[in-house]
Design a protein around this ligand. Structure first.
Ligand code: DQA
Length: 139
């Protein structure tokens, strides 16, 4: 059984409430329930934190045993050298995910410090971005 770890960064605990015009009105817990049903043969674990260090601890811990990491680092995407380094320090391949199409938004969202440490990037497909990342990791 493949083990996939989804990691959500800051403010993504607010999905459903936060800027619904950008991120939709569905909570992540609700989406996760559906995702797990769609992939009964994949062990999908989930971690969310608003704290950079906690995200790094999670990558270091699961990055040894997981078959893949799906990471939406939220705003840390655009600022965190430490997350880049954490991804590089573990063997598990990571897919960077964004719900919104960051390239259609403010210029400060156009650059990612973590993309170069990831296997690939998926953005702009709403919550379905997470499913597409899982597809990429299991195939
Ligand atoms: C986001 C895009 C980021 O720029 C933003 O800071 C987020 C969410 C997305 O999923 O579209 O928090 O990662």
């Amino acid at each position: 059984m493949k083990k996939i770890q989804i990691i959500n960064g800051p403010n993504l605990n607010m999905l459903g409430l936060r800027e619904p015009d950008v991120y939709g009105s569905r909570s992540f817990d609700d989406y996760l329930t559906e995702l797990r049903k769609q992939y009964p043969d994949v062990e999908i674990s989930y971690f969310q934190s608003n704290h950079e260090g906690d995200l790094i601890d999670c990558i270091q811990t699961v990055g040894i045993s997981a078959d893949g990491i799906v990471l939406n680092a939220g705003a840390y995407t655009h600022t965190s050298v430490a997350l880049h380094d954490a991804l590089r320090s573990v063997p598990a391949p990571a897919v960077e995910v964004h719900i919104s199409n960051v390239h259609q938004r403010e210029e400060f969202r156009h650059h990612s410090l973590i993309s170069a440490a990831c296997r690939g990037v998926i953005c702009g497909f709403g919550l379905d971005s997470y499913r597409l990342a899982i597809e990429a990791l299991i195939h």
